[in-house]
Design a protein around this ligand. Structure first.
Ligand SMILES: *Cc1c(COP(=O)(O)O)cnc(C)c1O
Length: 389
């Protein structure tokens, strides 16, 4: 049996009849950038996640870049984030001229550890009495934003993080690129911080037909700022208030995404159902000594962008599964604090032990909505065959 990690063709088959006409329609209008679909999608996504403003941009990476730029992040600033994430989280910080400060993840989860964040802010930072800014004592950089990542589709502990940030007047930007539709104590990812960032990369739970992203916020001033920045900083064409970017969500993407958005919650629920069945099956197979299924934490709904287990003999298991026709992947094999390009940040491998340990233990298994029960059973059976060999 063949079980791919993700099967976008299977999803396309279910919505083909609705996708083709809207693509045709966009071609008939020949309006490809900043048209009706983009504006409508912004409203629909804002409503879906419970914020008042949304701004479509060219990618998830750009949503991070523009959200932070709108907050004034730049040279001389530090942005606090986690090292166990996709590269773009920290890449966007560096591309603004700022410096990422890495806070370790929870020992039993994958999101930023609030206790480690508190320790950093309390012990390694001080308030500038004149400006009230939070300054990192060693580097003298200003902590301009906190950037938690809702990894794999589950929200970070936002009450704890928001409380630490609010006490110091530091804005919080959510990297919700993997978590559209996830909720935390009844509120949606993207609506929990100052600004939220989404990616519509094809493999995300809400994926377009290419790159795309969106910044969401209930702060109208910040939304206007992001809107300005995505169009070269011009209020009116050829009159530029600030230097911005060319980062718009195009009409073809918006049209496809509008077809998919009404399916998103159903698809994510199906993923969560697979996740529940996996956990039951691992227990029934007596595999809980070898495999730790991902936990859904209290007060949260997990959208399972990825279903990621921690496991013993990870590399050997991965090779065995691939040899059995089961798609699986390591997200992520290198913690960002150990990336060659971040060498000058001065981290030693053991500085962020939980993140480092996660890179050695994690394995993502197939969890897409169209996965069949037989395929899922086969994945579990193969894992059992590996450990009971
Ligand atoms: C996908 C992703 C991004 C970047 O999104 P792109 O649309 O690929 O630019 C950023 N952060 C995280 C956590 C992601 O998963």
């Amino acid at each position: 049996m063949d079980v791919p990690l993700l099967d976008l063709r299977a999803q396309y088959e279910t919505i083909k009849d609705k996708v083709k006409p809207v693509i045709d329609e966009v071609f008939e209008t020949q309006r490809f950038v900043l048209g009706a679909h983009g504006a409508a999608l912004e409203e629909e996504v804002a409503r879906h996640c419970g914020v008042s403003c949304a701004v479509g941009v060219a990618s998830g990476t750009d949503s991070l870049l523009l959200a932070m730029k709108a907050l004034g992040v730049g040279r001389g600033d530090a942005v606090v984030t986690t090292p166990f994430t996709f590269f773009a989280t920290a890449g966007a910080v560096v591309n603004l001229g700022a410096r990422p400060v890495f806070i370790d993840i929870e020992p039993d989860g994958f999101e930023m550890c609030p206790r480690a964040l508190a320790a950093f802010l309390d012990d390694e930072c001080e308030r500038d009495p004149a400006t009230g800014a939070t300054v990192h004592k060693a580097s003298r950089l200003t902590v301009k934003a906190i950037l938690p990542v809702h990894l794999y589709g589950q929200c970070a502990d936002m009450d704890e993080i928001n409380a630490l940030a609010a006490g110091r007047g530091i804005p919080v930007v959510e990297d919700a690129c993997q978590a559209i539709g996830a909720s935390y104590k009844g509120r949606k990812a993207g609506a929990l911080g100052t600004l939220g960032c989404f990616s519509f990369f094809p493999s995300k739970n809400l994926g377009g037909a290419g790159d795309g992203g969106m910044v969401v916020t209930s702060d109208k001033g910040l939304a206007d700022r992001v809107r300005l920045l995505r169009g070269h900083g011009a209020h009116h064409r050829y009159y530029h208030d600030v230097v911005g970017f060319n980062s718009r969500l195009d009409e073809l993407q918006a049209a496809v995404l509008r077809v998919k958005l009404p399916h998103l919650d159903g698809w994510s629920a199906k993923r969560a159902e697979h996740a529940g069945k996996y956990a039951e099956a691992f227990e029934a197979a007596g595999l809980l000594g070898e495999v730790t299924p991902p936990a859904t934490l209290p007060g949260r709904t997990h959208i399972f962008h990825q279903y990621v287990i921690r496991c013993r003999e990870r590399d050997a298991l991965q090779a065995f599964l691939k040899g059995s026709g089961v798609g699986c992947e390591v997200y992520y094999p290198v913690s960002l604090h150990e990336q060659a390009c971040f060498k000058d940040l001065g981290y030693a491998p053991e500085d962020l032990p939980q993140s480092r340990r996660a890179t050695q233990e994690v394995l993502a298994l197939p969890v897409y909505p169209e996965l069949s029960d037989a395929q899922r059973d086969y994945v579990v059976e193969r894992i059992k065959a590996f450990y009971k060999r």
